[in-house]
Write a protein that binds this ligand. Structure first.
Ligand code: ATP
Ligand code: MG
Length: 119
């Protein structure tokens, strides 16, 4: 066990460059999830829910801010994060988590490596 909440998110943000300019899919997202807590991520279409899950499952690098899973940073410690979340990946699989079981086992040690991992 690590100290602190199993899911810890502070100032998380993601920007996408598009032909029409930059899109902010999340800006300054802060939340914690305690052990055993069940959380729903709600928001209108395009609010950034899927983008947030993709960052938490190491498939997308945050533009800024920080998130840890069981004390491991999703951007720089992707391998450790995926080891902890693989049971959830098996249960929910890709539509919910954004991460396949195969990618959980094969992709590299940072979220940048994981973005191009085989699915
Ligand atoms: N790869 C991408 N490139 C450019 N823009 C993107 C990309 N992925 C997401 N976006 C944009 O980021 C914003 C958030 O998208 P996201 O899919 O995270 O929203 P969502 O809350 O999951 O929406 P929905 O309820 O429709 O599933 C949207 O404006 C979307 O168009
Ligand atoms: Mg979505």
């Amino acid at each position: 066990m690590t100290a602190g909440p199993p899911i810890h998110v502070r100032g998380l943000a993601r920007r996408f460059a598009t032909r029409d300019g930059a899109v902010e899919a999340g800006r300054g997202i802060d939340f914690d999830v305690a052990r055993g807590e069940i959380v729903g991520l709600l928001g209108p279409n395009g609010a950034g829910k899927t983008t947030t899950l993709r960052m938490l499952t190491t498939l997308l690098e945050p533009s800024s801010g920080r998130a840890t899973i069981a004390g491991h940073d999703v951007g720089t410690q992707a391998r450790e994060v995926r080891r902890r979340i693989e049971p959830a990946v098996i249960f929910f699989d890709e539509p919910t988590t954004g991460l396949t079981r195969r990618a959980a086992r094969t992709c590299g040690s940072t979220s940048a490596d994981c973005a191009s991992a085989p699915r």
